[in-house]
Write a protein that binds this ligand. Structure first.
Ligand SMILES: [Zn+2]
Length: 82
C-alpha cells in the first residue's frame, strides 16, 4: 500500500483592516458611527426605530444615535466632495 505524504505549511497573518465592533468583520470604518462598517450602519438606521418601538431603547436614545450616524455621513460626504 502506497502512502501519500503531503508536506504543507500554514502561515497565519493578521488580517488588514479595522474590526467592526458590531459584526466583528474586518471592514469597520473609523469615520462611521462608532467605527462600524457600512452594512451595519445601514442596518442600524433601519432597526433603530423598531428597537425604540419595542422599548429596548428610548426614542431619545434612538434619535441621538440616528443624528450621530447622519453626522458621520455628512462628514464623509464633505470629505468626498472637498
Ligand atoms: Zn459590521
Amino acid at each position: 500500500m502506497n502512502k501519500l505524504h503531503v508536506d504543507y505549511e500554514i502561515e497565519v497573518q493578521k488580517a488588514e483592516g479595522v474590526k467592526c465592533p458590531r459584526c466583528w468583520k474586518l471592514r469597520g470604518i473609523p469615520t462611521n458611527y462608532q467605527g462600524i462598517c457600512d452594512e451595519c450602519q445601514q442596518t442600524l438606521k433601519e432597526i433603530l426605530p423598531d428597537l425604540a418601538e419595542q422599548g429596548i431603547f428610548t426614542q431619545e436614545q434612538v434619535a441621538e444615535a440616528l443624528e450621530k450616524i447622519q453626522q458621520c455621513e455628512r462628514n464623509q460626504l464633505r470629505q468626498f466632495v472637498a
